[in-house]
Structure formats: C-alpha cells, structure tokens
Design a protein. Structure first.
Length: 284
C-alpha cells in the first residue's frame, strides 16, 4: 500500500494525530491523496443517508468532536489557505480545502422514451416513468414527478426494483408530498434546499453543521432569487461522500452545470465553521 495512503488512513481513523497548521484540526487537504470518484457512483443516499431516513442523524465527529477544538488564534490570518478568499475576513474556523461535488433533482418532465416503474419500499409501484428519468433519479437520490409529486431514496437492495445501470444497485423510493418536500428529503428526514443543503461524511462534519464556503458566495440562484450567501448546512449523506468531501445540493441540473462552471467538481472548496456570516442558520 502506498505510503501516502497509509498516512491518510492513519489520520482518518485515529491511529496517529492529524497533522496540519491548525493544531490538530488537520490540513483539510488529505482528499487529494484519494482517487477521484465518478460522480454518478456517489449516490443514492438523498432522503435516506446510509441508515435510511429514520436512522441515526449524527455520529461522533473526528473533526468537530468534543475536546478537539483548538484556540481561534492562527486559524484565520496567515494560516488560511490561499484559496480561502474572503474566508480570511469571515470569522470562524477554517478547516481547509475539501473535495467538492454537486447533486441535483431531476424532473420527469424533462425526459421521454420507454417507461419503467419506480417502486416503493413495499415493492408497490409509485409511478411509471421514462427509463432515462429513472436512471437519473437512482443516481441523484430523488426527483420530481410529472404528476406533481416527488420521490426520494428509501432503501437499497430492493429485489423488486430495476437495477440502476450506473451504480449496479436496486433502489426503492418513498413518494413525498411536493408541498412539504419540493426538493426531496435529506438524511435527517427533513426537506433539503438548493444551495443550502450539503451531504457530508458525518464522522467529519456532523449532521446540522453550518458551513461557510467562500467560493460559492454570490453564486446565482436564478433570475428571481438573491445570489447564494455561501452558507450551507449538512443535511444529507452520500454513499461515496467520505472524509474531507462536501456534496452540494444544486437543485435543477442546470444549476449543477452553472456551479461546475464556477467551481468545477473536485477542484476543492474552503470549508469554514462557526462563521458569523452564517449565524442565521444556526437554528435551522
């Protein structure tokens, strides 16, 4: 096994103290030693996480756990990563640069062609949908139905479900009320929202952690919405979201494309916690 991989494994699982300029927080860049993961392999987990929507909402954190937080001195000033941009003046704790990916919420209305059923966890059909839409939903974890409802991940290994070609999994879904879950459901069982919700490894960033990502401040949300404020909440998990990695919920696929144009997937984004800029999300 390569030496760098052994070092990363030791750091992640606690067999040696994490190294970095932030006194035990880690440098926030160990992800660069990992092989890149095809984005279509990272899900489905939206609306269910690893344990399903009723599973544990939070696990012990290697990054933010009790007793691991260090004094503020030196976390922002000269030790801030060069890519942090205005993170230097945002206040809070700069954890470093994490891998970034994006996921979205396909609409059945955008697809056509031969149909296949989407099944629920009781192996009853929810709806017949274009096969191309099913193949998008089984990767992204949820989507919007033509009839106005939404579907979100319920569980994997459903014998009655079609195989998802890009993941090799058989996924069942829950039918949700679009008024309550217009963008689907996260791992906590609560609604998620575009450019607000992220999926993360909850052993690194616990569920409910508020993040400031300076590279995404000012990202357009659409013609009728204010630009993104750069503040996000960990509200989901992902099968392939591991370690120093945030999977950002974009909403429409067109928004995913816009975000990739602004900050391409796997380029890396700066993660700041406890930023005063995001205090308005502390009770989300």
């Amino acid at each position: 096994m390569p030496r760098l991989h052994l070092l990363f494994t030791a750091m992640m699982f606690g067999s040696m103290p994490a190294l970095g300029a932030c006194g035990g927080w880690g440098g926030g860049n160990a992800w660069v030693q990992q092989p890149l993961v095809e984005e279509e392999e990272r899900r489905p987990t939206s609306g269910g996480g690893l344990e399903g929507p009723s599973g544990p909402a939070q696990r012990a954190s290697k990054t933010l756990g009790a007793g691991q937080r260090q004094p503020d001195e030196g976390l922002l000033g000269g030790d801030a990563p060069p890519s942090a941009g205005n993170a230097r003046t945002a206040g809070g704790h700069v954890l470093g640069v994490f891998r970034n990916t994006y996921y979205d919420f396909p609409r059945e209305a955008d697809f056509s062609g031969p149909e296949t059923p989407i099944m629920n966890a009781s192996c009853a059909p929810i709806a017949k949908v274009p096969k191309a839409f099913f193949e998008a939903v089984c990767v992204q974890g949820g989507g919007s139905l033509r009839n106005g409802g939404t579907v979100s991940f319920a569980k994997r290994d459903c014998a009655c479900a079609e195989i998802c070609p890009r993941t090799g999994q058989r996924i069942c879904f829950d039918a949700l009320d679009a008024a309550s879950f217009p963008w689907g459901r996260g791992a906590t069982g609560r609604p998620i929202a575009p450019l607000r919700s992220v999926a993360a490894d909850t052993s690194v960033l616990p569920m409910g952690t508020v993040l400031y990502i300076p590279e995404l401040e000012g990202a357009p949300r659409g013609p009728d919405s204010e630009p993104a404020d750069g503040c996000f909440v960990v509200e989901d998990r992902g099968l392939k979201v591991r370690g120093e990695h945030v999977d950002i919920f974009a909403g429409f696929p067109s928004q995913t494309a816009a975000l990739n144009a602004r900050v391409p997937s796997n380029k890396g984004v700066t993660i700041v916690v406890d930023s005063p800029r995001c205090a308005h999300l502390s009770k989300r």
